[in-house]
Design a protein around this ligand. Structure first.
Ligand code: PMP
Length: 462
């Protein structure tokens, strides 16, 4: 079963017409925005939503939001995990309200910081509980940047190894792709397509190997110049690419063997359970990065380190220079972020919430699988805890390049726009649905129905 591009274009035209007709107020707000902001949006990538202008949100609560035109939507994007707790969860709202009245940011610690760090150790400390020294930032991007600096400081090595088609936030070192291997097997590293103004050629800072390729990983580490491997436990930003059985054990063993720190970025994979993929799969990193979700919607990032990592990384940091070494920020670790994180961890992202979310994600996956089976579309769907995603290849990819190869921007635009006109928001950069504690079976089933209608449209002639 192949899909014609004429049919996709026809679908986009049809859905665009419906979208424009239903959203006159959002169109007006977008036009006003264009007078003051490039693309009419407060951050450039918000132009990537399907349709001629993005929805403007009037109010969001739980798993739903209404747009400026008063249409209610089921939110399966959830701010790409920033709102994985559901919008404005009550315990977070309460804690934030109280904290706002008591001071928001003072560049001093509050009583919330240590309990939050302790809870992160309990959940994400690794099989040995060894990751137990935490620092807080405002974003996962910052947390990644800081860990990479520490890793270079700790080892005196210049490079970072990432997996091809990874995404770790706007981290310069991670904006690199693999362009095959040189004559003696060394990876050829190039700037990722669309990389805007890289400070240096990424080949200077970065080594890239394919996900799940242990031979290439070992060859790269054996050169002895890699300070840290920065990895998501499963790739989540080029669709979901799961690790092969044994991949993580080998990654841990090789990084240890070659004296490279292993940094696991759980910003997205914390959807795997209350302690992320680290707890679910029994992983044992040297450092862990967390982001967005743990503030229940309030900006926060965190990175945790083992005692050995902290000692090695900070051995040469002098007190007099500690604020100007490239780690930190005046708003980082602020009172509001930590009050929000405490409420999120204690009262929202609890075990029972994950049980429900994972069950619903299974229901969503099954709904999509049923449509794939009955329509004969050569696609597959993958679940990772509370998130699931379909992709346009019959088999799940083993590498980021295979996942990128299966991508089809036009088709994606059609499916996302069609979902939107059915009142469903998917994650714009790929075909991901995320469950929150507030998501319901009805939300999931509404997606299955809309997806069936899209498949029906795509597989019938015009
Ligand atoms: N790490 C991963 C794995 C991510 O997916 C992202 C963002 N999607 C980040 C880090 C960066 O998060 P932020 O944009 O909030 O800094």
């Amino acid at each position: 079963m192949s899909i014609s591009h004429e049919r996709v274009a026809e679908g986009i035209a049809r859905e665009t017409e419906a979208y424009v007709a239903a959203h006159p107020r959002c169109a007006e707000l977008a036009a006003a925005g264009r007078e003051h902001m490039p693309g009419g949006v407060p951050m450039s990538w918000m132009v990537k939503w399907p349709g001629p202008f993005p929805l403007h949100v009037a109010e969001a609560q739980g798993a739903h939001f209404s747009c400026a035109d008063g249409i209610e939507h089921s939110d399966l994007c959830l701010g790409d995990t920033g709102a994985m707790c559901g919008h404005s969860p009550e315990p977070v709202v309460r804690a934030v309200r109280e904290q706002v009245g008591r001071g928001i940011t003072a560049m001093l610690p509050t009583a919330d910081a240590a309990p939050v760090a302790a809870e992160l150790t309990r959940r994400f400390g690794g099989v040995r509980g060894a990751v137990r020294r935490w620092q807080f930032t405002l974003t996962a991007t910052d947390a990644n940047r800081h860990v990479l600096r520490y890793a270079r400081a700790a080892t005196g090595r210049p490079k970072v190894l990432v997996f091809d088609w990874c995404y770790h936030g706007t981290v310069d070192e991670a904006f690199a792709n693999l362009d095959g291997f040189g004559p003696d097997g060394e990876p050829i590293v190039v700037a990722r397509r669309g990389n805007i103004g890289p400070p240096v050629d990424p080949a200077v800072t970065t080594v890239v190997v394919p996900f799940n390729d242990l031979e290439a990983l070992e060859r790269a580490l054996a050169r002895g110049d890699v300070a840290a491997v920065l990895a998501e436990p499963a790739l989540t930003n080029i669709g979901i690419v799961l690790p092969d059985p044994g991949f993580h054990e080998a990654l841990r063993a090789l990084t240890r063997q070659y004296g490279t720190w292993l940094v696991l970025d759980e910003t997205h994979t914390l959807c795997a359970g209350p302690g992320g993929a680290i707890a679910a799969w029994g992983l044992d990193p040297d450092a862990v990065v967390l982001g967005k979700t743990i503030g229940g919607g309030i900006p926060i990032g965190a990175f945790g380190m083992t005692e050995a990592f902290v000692s090695a990384a900070t051995a040469d940091v002098e007190l007099e220079q500690v604020d100007v070494g490239g780690i930190g920020g005046t708003l980082a670790g602020n009172a509001l972020s930590l009050a929000a994180a405490r409420a999120t961890l204690d009262e929202v992202l609890v075990n029972e919430a994950f049980e429900r979310m994972i069950e619903l994600s299974g229901r969503w996956t099954q709904g999509v699988q049923d449509v794939i089976d009955s329509s004969g579309l050569p696609w597959h769907v993958t679940q990772l805890g509370a998130r699931a995603e379909y992709a346009f290849s019959p088999e799940p990819p083993r590498t980021g390049a295979e996942a990128a190869e299966a991508d089809d921007f036009e088709l994606q635009q059609y499916l996302h726009l069609q979902a939107l006109t059915h009142g469903i928001l998917l994650t714009p950069f790929h075909n991901m649905a995320l469950m929150s504690p507030a998501t319901s079976a009805a939300d999931v089933d509404a997606h299955s129905e809309a997806f069936a209608a899209a498949a029906q449209f795509l597989t019938t002639a015009s």
